[in-house]
Design a protein around this ligand. Structure first.
Ligand SMILES: C[S@@+](CC[C@H](N)C(=O)[O-])C[C@H]1O[C@@H](n2cnc3c(N)ncnc32)[C@H](O)[C@@H]1O
Length: 311
C-alpha cells in the first residue's frame, strides 16, 4: 500500500446503512483519505457532503482530491465541535446522515514522523491534530506514575500497567524518552511474558493515543451533538475499533425511558425511544484477510425516530 493510502473499512455496509438520499445533506465526521466520502458522493445528485477531520493533513488531502466538487465542503475541526458548525450554517435537524469511522488512518500509523507507531522510529507525538494539546513525549515526561498506570490500565486494558509505569518513571530520570522506539523498548523490557504475533507495546501505544487525543470524551460529546443535528429518519453510522468506544455508543443509545413514578411499572406509551438501534455488523473474513486493520471494526447504525430530550 502506498504511504498516503487508507483502505476504508466496512465500506459497503456503512454506505448501505446510511441509505443515502440523493438530495440530502451528509457529514463525514472522520474524512481520513476520503474512502467513505467518495462513495457517499457517488450517490448524491444535488445533495451536499460536509467533510471534517481533526488532522490537518487529512483536510489538505481532501481539498486536493475533492476541492473542485461544489457539493463538498471541508472543515478542520474535531467532531465534537460539529454543533458550532451546525449553528453557523443553521443545520440543526437537517442532516440526513452522519458517518464516524473512528480511530486512526493508515497514513497516520504508517508515517514514522507522526509518532504513532511502535515499530517505526519517530518523534513521540501521536497527536491527530499536532496544533492542539500536548504530545505523547511531553506527557511521558511529566505524568505521574499513578496517571501513567491509570491510562495504560483503563484505555489499553494492559495487565502490566503498573510495571510499565514504574519502568517509564525510573528510566526517564536517566534518559529523556523522546522517540517511539525508545518507549516501545522500555515497555517490552517491562513486560515479563512474550505474546507471539503481538508487539508488547500494542496495548500501551493504543492507550496513550486514546488519552492524548481525548478520543473517548470527543466521542461522547459528538454523540450528543449528532442527536440534535439529525433530521427525522436521519442515520448515524459509527465504526468503532475498541470495546470502550463501542460501549459508549451502545450506552448512549440504549433508549431513553421516561418514568413518571418509579414505583409503578412502565406503560408502553411511557417508553420513548429516540433512536432505533440497528444490529451490530462486523467485517467478513474476506475483508479481514484483505485488510487486517479491519479485524476489530464494528459498525452500529442508529436511526432517529423522535426528538431527543436535552442531555
Ligand atoms: C479510520 S480514519 C477514517 C478513514 C476514512 N473513513 C477513509 O475512508 O479514508 C479516522 C480519521 O478520523 C480522524 N479523527 C479521529 N478523531 C477525530 C475527531 N475527534 N474529530 C475529527 N476527526 C477525527 C482521524 O484524524 C482520521 O483521519
Amino acid at each position: 500500500m502506498i504511504k498516503d493510502a487508507h483502505e476504508p473499512v466496512l465500506l459497503q455496509e456503512s454506505i448501505e446503512a446510511l441509505n443515502i438520499c440523493p438530495t440530502g445533506i451528509y457529514i463525514d465526521a472522520t474524512f481520513g483519505r476520503g474512502g467513505h466520502s467518495q462513495k457517499i458522493l457517488q450517490k448524491l445528485t444535488t445533495g451536499r457532503l460536509i467533510c471534517i477531520d481533526k488532522d490537518p493533513e487529512a483536510i489538505a488531502y481532501g481539498q486536493a482530491l475533492l476541492g473542485q466538487d461544489k457539493r463538498v465542503s471541508f472543515y478542520h475541526l474535531s467532531f465534537e465541535q460539529l454543533g458550532d458548525l451546525a449553528q453557523s450554517f443553521d443545520l440543526e435537524r437537517k442532516i440526513n446522515g452522519i458517518l464516524m469511522d473512528l480511530g486512526v488512518s493508515s497514513p497516520q500509523l504508517d508515517k514514522a514522523e507522526r509518532g504513532f507507531s511502535f515499530n517505526k522510529e519517530g518523534p513521540l507525538d501521536m497527536r491527530m491534530n499536532p496544533e492542539v494539546g500536548i504530545s505523547a513525549k511531553e506527557w511521558v515526561k511529566t505524568a505521574t506514575q499513578h496517571d501513567i498506570k491509570w491510562v495504560l490500565k483503563h484505555y489499553g486494558e494492559e495487565k502490566f500497567a503498573g510495571r510499565i509505569a514504574s519502568f517509564i518513571v525510573n528510566l526517564r530520570e536517566k534518559n529523556p524518552i523522546e522517540t517511539t522506539l525508545q518507549l516501545a523498548n522500555i515497555i517490552k523490557d517491562a513486560i515479563p511474558v512474550y505474546t507471539p504475533n503481538k508487539h508488547a507495546a500494542t496495548k500501551s501505544f493504543q492507550a496513550i493515543r486514546i488519552f492524548i487525543n481525548q478520543e473517548l470524551s470527543n466521542l461522547e460529546k459528538a454523540l450528543v451533538v449528532s442527536e440534535k443535528l439529525l433530521a427525522p429518519e436521519g442515520k448515524l453510522a459509527i465504526i468503532t475499533f475498541h470495546s470502550l468506544e463501542d460501549r459508549i455508543v451502545k450506552k448512549r443509545f440504549a433508549g431513553k425511558i421516561e418514568r413518571p413514578d418509579h414505583r409503578l411499572p412502565l406503560r408502553e406509551d411511557q417508553i420513548r425511544l429516540n433512536f432505533h438501534v440497528g444490529k451490530r455488523q462486523e467485517p467478513t473474513q474476506a475483508e479481514i484477510d484483505r485488510n487486517p486493520r479491519s479485524r476489530s471494526a464494528k459498525l452500529r447504525v442508529l436511526e432517529k425516530i423522535s426528538e431527543p430530550e436535552d442531555g
